[in-house]
Each structure stands twice: as structure tokens, then as C-alpha cells.
Design a protein around this ligand. Structure first.
Ligand code: F6R
Length: 587
């Protein structure tokens, strides 16, 4: 949520590096963008609403500059407009910020009493002004930053330029992610390594309350006592790939097409490592905690683990889990699932478990992200970088990893032939063109329902989320048997109802529910691995039947592609849906 990039170096291409970096971070927020750069010893600021390409049009990327900070915004305080875009400048300081300053109103009152005035509605401008206010007393940048840490509350990653020291770029963080990357005669700051991976793969992770002072050829990190800290230099393992869509019209479609490989890489990596560092046998009580699609993957995991390993699993969304009363015992394992590894609520849930001395295992896609670093155990999904805001391949990788975990917790096994076959079946399902036909029949609907029972209901939750987030059609996932207890009143002539039927013992039950909605005019679309009589639905998508442990890897494909085709027919911005951001680093 919000992306930050900063550059300090001798190579004179600060604007280019920062803008390219922001383009790589645009998935973190895209309602406005801005840059501050040093030219002829003066700091210039350029901001624009909307996408980074709008900002880019106002800039000369070849301009010779050696210090710059940039920002792509996901609005928290203040609507998306130019004045609220970052960087913000007050007095001697210019800053970009990712996070939320919780006590900004009381700081604002104090600043107003001290004759500060404000142009924007943001908490960031207050933080910037407060830094300037402290600096007027301290007259020392590091001491001022140290004091700022003591005063401001909330989450933040800051990139900071000070008028009085144009030879250095400063940064500090608490909760929101920030890395410092090391180049040759140049150094960088960024919310995420891929932003600057074109230039370097060496980076330092800035921990909470650490301050970085960055010059062309030197990086010094201080703790909050202003003592120098020795930091590990990490190497980012993945290769730089320019984020292109290749032959595909959208990243989402490209990423769906990468799912067969994602499945294979993730399952093989799990089977090789086999959770060998974790004594899984000891856990008799599992909690699975996550947000959004990752939570939906967790719901599937619950069904699999309970059914095949006979272990009790409690699932909860992280924003609730972090505050609710939680029942732990000495054999509890808390599993956190997150693509980005930075989701604020999931991170807080992890910290709650740790505070209660409970073992934690994270299932994460981004290497060495905060959740990965703070968990007792971590297992990585192998989805590679995911650009489309709506997750597809990372979700499938999470399902795959939960299957591997179930194998380890139970007596179930799968063999090489099954892996090859599933990969082939996923590939064939992606190639089917039934989805466009279905999309054509439903894209004008105002409401769309997804119904299913058991594990199929967990998949309905994900199908419904995918559809609503990218097509803006209101959609609800319902347990098929629950509909008649109220919600069925919403079914009108032609309301689309998508029913998932893959669990053999529940199929007849769900068919009865389909008949109930059909009798009230619903247009019914069935996704099933069984033969269903053709008077029991209006449309059908047949999927192959496979081992129960693996079935959901096939069921999800039509759901993702129906959502995609509907959004395409509605001309929606599929890869960057309105109001969303990929990495949700605020509460
Ligand atoms: C939906 C989607 C979100 C994320 C959620 C958690 O397509 O992507 O619902 O699943 O924000 O994000 P991570 O997995 O990064 O913790």
C-alpha cells in the first residue's frame, strides 16, 4: 500500500530510476504519484493524479539528477487529488510516506499553535511539518529523526530529503516495509526489492525504528539510540524480469496461464523439503489466519486438514483474529497465509500468537518479507512475482502448499503421475472457451450468487471475491443450504446463480438448492465434475474429476476465468481495479 522509491548516486539518473521503480511498485497503489528531485541545488516537486504514466509525461527522464524520492499513492487521509499526493514539503524537509500516522490530529493542533499551516488533508504533511518543527530545536537531522520516532504513533516508512544536507538521503521505518539497496556509486530505498532489481540485487532490510543515512557510496544504519548497527547484506535470488504482459492482454490472464507451472514448482519444492524443520506431529490444534483470497485458501486448507489429517482447524480473518478472544493450548500452531508477506492485519495476528508463545508457520510468496522473517517457520509458495492486483496464481500456490501440508499431516500420498496429470488438466481447463459464453450471459447482471457446500463453498467465496473486485458486480457466496433462510428473496427473473458441485456426497443436496432458485427465475450455471441431468441447470462447465485432495486446483480455474471475461466485457481496468492495492500494509 503506497510505494516508495529513492535514489542517491553519482550516475545522474535519479529521475529515471525512481520512475521505473515506481512503475514496478504501482500495484501497491495508483491513485496519484509524485517525485521530488534535486537540480541545480534546488528541490523540485512534480505530482499528478492517476497513474504513474501521467506523472511521467511531465518529466524529463534524461535530466541529470543525483537525488530523488518518489511515491505512488493509495489514499488513506484525503481524497486522491494532486495536493494530497506525495512528496510533501514543509520547511526544510521533503518526504514520501507509506503507512498511517495515528496521532496526526494532536500533532497538527500543536503545530497550528506554533504557526504551521497546511495545504493537504494528509497525515504525511503533518509528520513532515513535525520533523521540521523538531529540527528547528535540535538543528541535527539524526537527532530530529530519533525524536520523531518517539513522538509519532502508527505505521510508517519514510524517504526524506533535508535542504541542509543534500549529500544524503534519509529513511526510517516502523511496521511499513522498506529496504535499502546497494549499487555501484549509488544507493536506493524502496518498498520492495523488485522496484530496483534492474540495478542491484543486494539489499539491507531496515527494521522497526532504524534510521538510514545514505550517500553515493555509503549507507549507515542507526538504531533508535543512534548507535550504528551492523546489517546483513542480502542477495535477492529471483532474476530481474521486466514486467511485461508478453502475448497477453492483461497481467491477470498471463498469471492464470502461469498456474500450471506455479502448481508444479510449489508442489515439487514442498515435496523436496517436506516441512523437514517442523515437528508437525506435535500440533493438535491449528489456527489458519489470513485476509481476502489468502483467507479463502485457508478455508480450503481447513477442509483438507480436518478431513484427511483429522486435526481440528480454526480459521479466521486476520482483522478479527488480532482483537478477538483466542483459545490457545500448548499444541497450537498458528498458520499465517500471505502472498505479499506484508499485510498489516496478518502481521498483527502473527505477533499476537508470538506474544502468547505459540508456534507460528507462515505460507508466504515474497522472500524475506516481514511475515516470513517474523514467523518461527516459513514455507514459500513458488508463484513468482504477481502483478495483477487480483490474485490468481498466488492463490493457487497457497492451495498447493496446503495440500502438501495435509500430505505431511496425514497418511495421504500423491505420486508423480498425479502431479503431471493435474498440471495437464489445469492447462486444458485454462484453454477452454466456455468462459466467454458464460460471461456474455451474466455480465449485465446487478447481483450474482455463488452457492456450494463444504469445500465447494470455500471456493465460492474466492469465485465471488474475484468477480466483484474486478467487474464491480455485487456478488455473494452462500452455503447452498442456507439460501432459503432469507437470501433467496433476492432471486429474481434471470439472477445468475453459479453453483459448484464437486463433493460427491453433497451433490444431490446442492441440486435441490439449484432447483429452488431455478423455480424462482434464476439463471443457473453449474460447475461440476459429475454428470448432471440437463434439466437441472441452464449452463454447465464440466471439469475433470480427480482425487478429493487435489480437486479444488481444477475447480478454481473456471471461477477465475469467468471473473476475467466478465470484467473484460464490462471494460474494467482488470489489473488495477478501482480503490484497491495489492499489498495492504495499513490496518
Ligand atoms: C484478492 C486479493 C486480496 C489478498 C489480501 C491478502 O484478489 O488479492 O484479497 O488476498 O489482500 O493479501 P496477502 O496475501 O498479500 O496477505
Amino acid at each position: 500500500m503506497c510505494g516508495i522509491v529513492g535514489y542517491k548516486g553519482k550516475n545522474n539518473n535519479a529521475i529515471k530510476v525512481v520512475i521505473e521503480g515506481l512503475e514496478n511498485l504501482e500495484y501497491r497503489g495508483y491513485d496519484s504519484a509524485g517525485i521530488a528531485y534535486l537540480k541545480d541545488n534546488k528541490i523540485y516537486i512534480e505530482k499528478e493524479t492517476g497513474r504513474i504514466k501521467n506523472l511521467k509525461e511531465n518529466l524529463n527522464l534524461k535530466e541529470k539528477t543525483n537525488l530523488a524520492i518518489g511515491h505512488t499513492r493509495w489514499a488513506t487521509h484525503g481524497i486522491p487529488k494532486k495536493i494530497n499526493a506525495h512528496p510533501h514539503q514543509v520547511g526544510k524537509f521533503t518526504i514520501v510516506h507509506n503507512g498511517i500516522i495515528e496521532n496526526y490530529l494532536s500533532l497538527k493542533e500543536e503545530l497550528i499553535k506554533n504557526n504551521y499551516t497546511f495545504k493537504s488533508d494528509t497525515d504525511t504533511e503533518i509528520a513532515c511539518a513535525y520533523l521540521d518543527y523538531i529540527y528547528k530545536q535540535e538543528k541535527d537531522i539524526l537527532k530530529s529523526l530519533q525524536k520523531l520516532i518517539k513522538i509519532i504513533k502508527g505505521s510508517y516508512a519514510f524517504g526524506i530529503i533535508c535542504e541542509d544536507d543534500k549529500d544524503n538521503l534519509y529513511a526510517l521505518r516502523s511496521s511499513s516495509p522498506l529496504i535499502i539497496a546497494l549499487g555501484k556509486n549509488e544507493n536506493y530505498i524502496a518498498s520492495d526489492v523488485p522496484a530496483i532489481l534492474k540495478y542491484t540485487n543486494k539489499y539491507i532490510i531496515l527494521e522497526n525504528y532504524e534510521i538510514a543515512k545514505i550517500s553515493n557510496d555509503n549507507i549507515t544504519i542507526y538504531n533508535k539510540e543512534l548507535q550504528e548497527v551492523n546489517k546483513t547484506i542480502n542477495t535477492y535470488e529471483e532474476k530481474y524480469e521486466s514486467n511485461t504482459k508478453g502475448q497477453y492482454e492483461h497481467f491477470m490472464l498471463k498469471e492464470i496461464n502461469e498456474e500450471p507451472d506455479t502448481f508444479e514448482k510449489t508442489i515439487n519444492s514442498c515435496l523436496q523439503n517436506n516441512f523437514k524443520d517442523i515437528n508437525l506431529k506435535k500440533y493438535t490444534n491449528i489456527h489458519i489466519v489470513a485476509c481476502g483470497s489468502a483467507y479463502h485458501a485457508g478455508l480450503v486448507g481447513k477442509y483438507l486438514i480436518e478431513k484427511f489429517a483429522n486435526i481440528k482447524v480454526y480459521t479466521q480473518v486476520a482483522s478479527e483474529y488480532r482483537y478477538e478472544k483466542t483459545f490457545y493450548d500448548k499444541n497450537t500452531l498458528v498458520i499465517l497465509i500471505s502472498q505479499s508477506g506484508e499485510t498489516a492485519d496478518t502481521l498483527a495476528a502473527l505477533r499476537k500468537a508470538k506474544d502468547n508463545k505459540i508456534d507460528t508457520l507462515s505460507i508466504v510468496n515474497v522472500f524475506k518479507s516481514s511475515i516470513a522473517r517474523e514467523s518461527k517457520y516459513v514455507v514459500y509458495t513458488k508463484a513468482g512475482s504477481e502483478i495483477a492486483v487480483a490474485t490468481t496464481k498466488a492463490y493457487l500456490a497457497q492451495l498447493t502448499l496446503l495440500i502438501a501440508l495435509t500430505l505431511n499431516l496425514s497418511k495421504k500420498t500423491i505420486n508423480k503421475e498425479q502431479i503431471t496429470k493435474i498440471k495437464e488438466q489445469i492447462t486444458n481447463l485454462i484453454k477452454k472457451d466456455d468462459y466467454k459464453t458464460i460471461a456474455n450471459k451474466i455480465y449485465k447482471a446487478k447481483n450474482i450468487f455463488f452457492i456450494g457446500r463444504g469445500i465447494d463453498y470455500a471456493l465460492c467465496m474466492e469465485g465471488s471475491l474475484k468477480l466483484k473486485e474486478i467487474s464491480y458486480i455485487n456478488s455473494v457466496a452462500y452455503q447452498a443450504g442456507e439460501l432459503k433462510h432469507g437470501t433467496i428473496s433476492l432471486i429474481e427473473e434471470n439472477t445468475p446463480v453459479i453453483a459448484i458441485l464437486t463433493e460427491e456426497k453433497l451433490i444431490e443436496k446442492t441440486i435441490s438448492n439449484i432447483k429452488e432458485v431455478k423455480a424462482r427465475g434464476a439463471h443457473t450455471i453449474v460447475i461440476s465434475n459429475e454428470e448432471i441431468k440437463n434439466d437441472e441447470y441452464d449452463e454447465i462447465i464440466k471439469i475433470p474429476k480427480t482425487d478429493e485432495l487435489l480437486q479444488q486446483l481444477l475447480t478454481i480455474i473456471p471461477l477465475q476465468l469467468i471473473a476475467y471475461e466478465v470484467a473484460k466485457l464490462k471494460n474494467c481496468d482488470i489489473d488495477k481495479p478501482r480503490n484497491l492495492a495489492k499489498s495492504v500494509t495499513v490496518e
